[in-house]
Ligand binder design. Sequence first.
Ligand SMILES: Cc1ncc(COP(=O)(O)O)c(C=O)c1O
Length: 374
Amino acid sequence: MDNQNRGATWPTWLPLRDDLRDQVPYGAPQLEVSTRLNTNENPFGPSKTLVKDLESAISEIGARLNRYPDRDAVELRRALAQYLNQLSDTRFSEVNIWSANGSNEVIQSIFLAFGGSGRSAVGFEPSYSMHHNIARVTGTSWITVNRVGDFVIDVESARSTIAAKKSSLVFLTTPNNPTGTITSINDIRTLGRICAEVNALLVVDEAYQEFSQESSAITLVDEFPNIIVCRTMSKAFAFAGARVGYLVANPAVIEAMLLVRLPYHLSSATQALALVALSYSRELLANVAHLRRERMRIKKELERIGVETLTSGANFFLFQTDDPKSLWKALLAHDVLVRDVGLPQYLRVTVGSPEENDRFIAALSKALGSSATG
Ligand SMILES: Cc1ncc(COP(=O)(O)O)c(C=O)c1O
């Protein structure tokens, strides 16, 4: 179905909220193409041994599907804490972790608990548009602070907006989607302090953290009870289809999540599959290193054919063009799908498998060659 704005064409019998009538469902085009590099998916599917272990986990829980799952997913939260402790030398346990169906659901729960009517949230844009969308759906006002230069955050202008607006939530995505920009851990610490002064929560969306070299904001959670870090298994773990996201925070935040979650929100299948995937973290993180190397390789190739790219700490990056719409179409004509993220001078490409990346580079050379010759 197309993401059409129905505007005034909703049926009169449908008591849809007035503030939703003009909205369009979120989503990138899902087109049938040989090279799909538009949704920041990880191109490497699970290995044969991982698939086998996932199958055994499913057949084990199959016999118990008459029962509800562990309502609070304690074993999974404990395993997520262990995974993070290994990565960042932290000391988290399940009391610091909340998990839900993708980090989108985690973000929605944050808005349900801390946003809502009469409250506001600040975001540094351009950034992940679901933060703004979920704000709207939960009746939270949305306040934008524009990123400057190559899409970095000007901490001083952030300070004045946060101090003036007294929002309950401030969203920071790092590495940022769609720009790939990293915010340094020092700047996150400063923002954490600024937020604490007005009793705001700083929500750091680290969906792409494993692809970056910067320290994770989870290392600040002990020091700053007002910092919440959202992460996902969709990207580094190549587990987007399973829908597993999580947050790391002070235990009081986790207790607040219990107030807004639906009972049994995370199915037994999801919990069991995620536990298996976490036990393969070493293998899966090796693929992340491979993707980082591919990111460097493609960027070099693009520079060789005269296309400028922006520095990125994620599994995607922006590349420059004077005419994103025409180039997007030209690439599609070569069976390559990238993302037009609505920035006037850029398109975004996800780092794929080496073969996909080669096809993208070849298609881009051809598309630019044909547009250069008219
Ligand atoms: C910055 C950011 N946060 C969160 C998400 C949501 O991820 P998921 O719901 O698959 O965990 C995405 C997905 O692309 C993203 O780019």
